[in-house]
Write a protein that binds this ligand. Structure first.
Ligand code: ZN
Length: 112
């Protein structure tokens, strides 16, 4: 992995593993359930390869989040104003908080 940025216990790295998917897309699209077999699998849109891996460590607990480019672009835009991920992480750490982003929950939707 290529490190883009690191400071204190937070880092942003490039992902090269096709099996590491965007957490935000996973949370958004979740799983699909086959109506006939009842089988559940990740929605195809949830399987988007992550571009960035963000690790943030606060109170000795590590939090890792993976994002594709389109999700990170959305996250870096707050009410139409740019708010770079590095600044968000720095601010979260100053406040002694985990970065606000939630992890993938993974809803289940029935297939068409
Ligand atoms: Zn995404």
């Amino acid at each position: 992995m290529d490190e883009l940025w690191a400071e204190n216990d937070i880092s942003v790295e490039r992902n090269h593993d096709i099996n590491r998917w965007c957490d935000s897309c996973k949370a958004q699209y979740g799983f699909k359930r086959d109506k006939d077999t009842g089988e559940i699998w990740w929605h195809p849109k949830a399987q988007r390869m992550a571009y960035w891996i963000i690790t943030s460590k606060v109170f000795n607990a590590g939090v890792i989040r993976k994002y594709c480019l389109s999700c990170i672009n959305e996250l870096e835009n707050i009410d139409g104003k740019p708010y770079p991920i590095q600044d968000q992480l720095r601010d979260a750490q100053k406040l002694g908080k985990f970065w606000k982003l939630s992890t993938a929950v993974g809803k289940v939707v029935d297939s068409d």
